[in-house]
Write a protein that binds this ligand. Structure first.
Ligand code: PBG
Length: 327
């Protein structure tokens, strides 16, 4: 056999496979999404996300200890308020749940990097991501409240804000508001390309944020669209985003690659609740090898061009990285 090119030569041992590996991973790229709730002395399992919990602020140290131990240093804060109203006032209340969780973390775990999710759906009585005008979300009025929310997070200790509402112009509105108050150094990670996705189902149960009527297709993107994804990404670059996110991850990695190639911003992608729940459910049934699937999915994300990876599996992935099971 006159074969000169034999790709298998580079696969003959673990040593050489590792040497020529094209995708390297590092746990500093991992971001863990965490749920904090009003109340005291509670750690509640989230039924739709086995292995994930909601914490009251007085017990959140238990989670933060685990993160520190695992070597996961970036946390994305979500809040679950006791009180909701039409205009989501708890989203921008000085003593709101995210604000208190941020203050606690800043004081007791300064080594953790604090990123806050900025949206209204967990705080509005109707569950939509902004204020309503009739049955529609009023874009421009919502911008003011999102900016106020971002500002109150930063004042409470957020080091980065991540708007996930999909209103037009929110990056600019938040940037102007933060700059106006002197927070010129706080980066914005934009959920730039966020699809109206069934993959968010378990999150909405976790956060009690399902819309009480209609759906989010009037503001989140139609999942058939690729050029529109580029339009959203480029708009956010123009408005001053520092990091771009594509969400969900797994079904949208084509867009991670495309936007990565078209812009020079760091790219993030969010492996959302439905992705976690599917893997977990299959693993609990013994149908898949959880560890190998989680590593393979993560490698795919980085191979597609993601610099940052938001995942409920962050703690486990940090361990797999440490053990050389990935990257
Ligand atoms: C808030 C928000 C959602 C998620 C992140 N931020 C829910 C939604 O848009 O309905 C989803 C996260 C997940 O599914 O893990 N708007």
């Amino acid at each position: 056999m006159e074969l000169t090119v034999r790709p298998r030569r580079l696969r003959t041992s673990e040593a050489i496979r590792k040497m020529v590996r094209e995708t390297r991973v590092d746990k500093s790229s991992l971001i863990y999404p965490a749920f904090f709730m009003d109340g005291t002395d509670k750690v509640e399992p989230i039924p739709s996300l086995p292995g994930q919990y909601r914490y009251t602020v007085d017990r959140m140290g238990e989670l933060l200890d685990q993160l520190c131990e695992a070597g996961v240093s970036n946390v994305l804060f979500f809040g679950i308020p006791e009180e909701k109203d039409e205009v989501g006032s708890q989203a921008y209340a000085e003593d709101g749940i995210v604000q208190r969780a941020l203050r606690y973390t800043k004081e007791h775990y300064p080594e953790l990097y604090r990123i806050s999710d900025v949206c209204m759906c967990e705080y509005t009585s109707h569950g939509h991501c902004g204020v309503l005008c009739g049955h529609e979300v009023d874009n421009d009025r919502t911008l003011e409240l999102l900016a106020a929310t971002a500002l109150s997070h930063v004042e409470a200790g957020a080091q980065m804000v991540a708007p996930s509402d999909m209103m037009d112009g929110r990056i600019r509105a938040i940037r102007e508001c933060l700059d106006g108050k002197g927070h010129i150094e706080t980066p914005i990670m934009s959920y730039a390309v966020k699809f109206a996705s069934a993959f968010y189902g378990p999150f909405r149960e976790a956060a009690g944020s399902a819309p009480s009527f209609g759906d989010r297709r009037g503001y989140q993107m139609d999942f058939h669209n690729r050029r529109e994804a580029m339009k959203e990404a480029l708009l956010d670059v123009e408005e001053g985003a520092d990091i771009l996110m594509v969400k969900p991850a797994m079904s949208y990695l084509d867009l991670v690659r495309e936007i990565k190639d078209a812009t020079d911003l760091p790219m993030a992608t969010y492996s959302v609740s439905g992705e976690y729940a599917m893997v977990k459910a299959a693993a609990l049934n013994g149908w898949i090898d959880e560890e190998r699937i989680v590593c393979e999915m993560a490698a795919a994300v980085y191979r597609a061009g993601a610099d940052l990876y938001i995942t409920y599996y962050a703690k486990e992935l940090a361990k797999y990285m440490q053990e050389g099971k990935i990257g």
